[in-house]
Design a protein around this ligand. Structure first.
Ligand code: GLA
Length: 503
């Protein structure tokens, strides 16, 4: 018996080691391809976010799809042993979206700073999409008569992201008044993503714990002489994974109107998991109709990152402004890339209809003062919406001097509504914008790493006669054109901004 047991033990041990050897050879426990599921953090409305990562491997190359509650992204990348890196297709090609390791039958990875442990996906993990609803056939939605000049205000996303709450918005509204922002024209106080709760039994979208009473908050913002904006998506979920307006467009527009909302940013996000991208126009039209039927004037801000030449059809769905780019971040490269990307859209800007290269980063701390002056100058020269994205309760004097420069704001808000385009010469880029009173705004931006002399020639400005008056809007002083030209030194990543007139 003992011997038999001994034999059984030896045989079991041999089988065990044989299996382990096989597993090691096959790489079991270290495999990267497959369909993986990970739970994310608990969202502000109590739901737990989820991610599916579906990967194929050929040699060292990985490809597949990353699906979250609020987005679906094609990914590609590489595997080196157990290590893998994935990039969003068409996204930033330098910074991986996901970096991870295969560890004991799991994928451990980091995405947007959050850590995940993914296990092989089961049917219960799948993100189930609601049934497809065909968008209505195309028709023209009339202009809502709003945003005759580019909207100005503040938006919560750039600085606060999911940390925005009722108190932040109230104190920001207070600061809009006390800082002089309101007097300078910044009127909209806009709540971005992460305010959403869940739908009640009647399908009404509720707020989450951060916004106990949206109607009362809107009344507070209105009591300051300001207006209030909110955020949703034509998909079932917002980019942050919160419930959005798919299948509830008319109902949500009515809810927003009943709260007293004056502005809606409508962000594509998970709509990409439901609709084909050629459905952009009918999908945005559906909410355009819903807003107009809501009985309240609501500025309509489209956010689909410039897909499908949005500038050509957005006015036909009653869009007042539309994003032309991906998300800005607080860096020189991102800011310049966004403004350059919107150059081809220039012919489509005009009263009621604006190209939007994304919100301002001025005062958020990662660009120099000169760079922030370039940011403000370029947004104004291109008639872009001016939505501050900083903490206006604690602005430095320099930040104030940039955001509150009334002569620069007047360039942005000029009633003619023309969008400047650049002419490049070496490191210098000259942007010229004709203004309603016949004068011209001209900005020379130095993209180079050394200070450089910039010359503005009157003959390039299309004025009705010789220069009578020229003003440097950042130095806030008159300057003189000699023999039809003005020359000044522009610092690296700085700007010379003039308003020149023949009158
Ligand atoms: C997208 C938008 C951003 C912001 C976030 C919120 O990324 O482009 O401006 O609204 O969603 O989730």
């Amino acid at each position: 018996m003992r011997e038999f047991l001994g034999f059984r033990k030896t045989r079991a041990a041999a089988a065990f080691f044989f299996c382990m050897a096989l597993l090691a050879v096959s790489g079991y426990g270290q495999a990267i391809p497959g369909r993986w599921a990970a739970k994310g953090k608990t969202m502000e409305n109590g739901e737990v976010s989820r991610t599916i990562l579906d990967l194929k491997q050929a040699g060292n190359d990985l490809s597949g799809k990353l699906i979250g509650l609020g987005y679906g992204v094609d990914v590609k990348g590489t595997a080196t042993g157990t290590h893998f890196e994935l990039f969003g297709v068409g996204w930033d090609e330098k910074t991986p979206l996901i970096v991870g390791e295969a560890v004991n039958g799991e994928l451990h990875f980091t995405q947007w700073g959050d850590k995940y442990a993914a296990r092989p996906a089961t049917p219960a993990d799948e993100i189930v999409l609601p049934a497809y609803i065909e968008p209505p056939p195309l028709h023209k939605v009339p202009y809502n008569g709003l945003a005759k000049t580019p909207p100005m205000g503040w938006n919560s996303w750039n600085l606060f992201a999911e940390k925005v709450d009722d108190k932040t918005v109230r104190t920001m509204a207070d600061a809009m008044v006390s800082s002089g922002m309101k007097a300078a024209g910044y009127i909209y106080v806009n709540i971005d993503d992460t305010w959403e709760g869940v739908r009640d039994a009647q399908g009404n979208l509720q707020t989450n714990h951060k916004f106990p009473d949206m109607k009362a908050l809107a009344a507070y913002v209105h009591s300051k002489g300001l207006k209030i904006g909110i955020y949703s998506s034509p998909g079932p979920r917002t980019c942050g994974g919160y419930p959005a307006s798919y299948g509830h467009e008319a109902q949500d527009a009515k809810t927003f109107a009943s709260w007293g909302i004056d502005y809606l940013k409508y962000d594509w996000c998970s709509a990409g998991n439901i609709y084909k991208n050629d459905a952009l126009q009918p999908v945005y039209q559906k909410m355009g109709d819903a807003l107009q039927a809501s009985g309240r004037p609501i500025v309509y801000s489209l956010c689909e990152y410039g897909m499908g030449s949005v500038e050509k059809w957005a006015p036909e769905v009653s869009g007042n402004l539309w994003r032309t780019t991906g998300d800005i971040n607080d860096s020189w490269d991102s800011m310049i890339a966004n403004i350059e990307k919107q150059v081809p859209t220039a012919p489509y800007a005009g009263p009621g209809h604006w190209n939007d290269p994304d919100m301002l980063e001025i005062g958020n701390g990662h660009m120099s003062d000169d760079e922030y002056r370039v940011h403000m100058s370029l947004w104004s020269l291109t008639a872009a919406p001016l939505l501050a994205g900083n903490d206006i309760r604690t602005m430095s004097d320099t930040t104030k001097s940039i955001l509150l420069n009334k002569e620069v704001i007047a360039i942005d808000q000029d009633p003619l509504g023309k969008q400047a385009s650049p002419v490049k010469s070496g490191d210098l880029e000259t942007w010229t914008k004709p203004l309603a009173d016949g004068s011209v705004a001209v900005g020379v931006v130095n993209l180079g790493s050394a200070a450089a002399p910039a010359t503005v020639k009157a003959t390039d400005l299309n004025l009705a006669g010789p220069v009578k008056k020229a003003r440097d809007l950042w130095a806030q002083k008159e300057v003189k054109f000699n023999a039809g030209a003005y020359t000044a030194t522009v610092p690296s990543h700085g700007v010379l901004l003039l308003r020149v007139s023949a009158k």
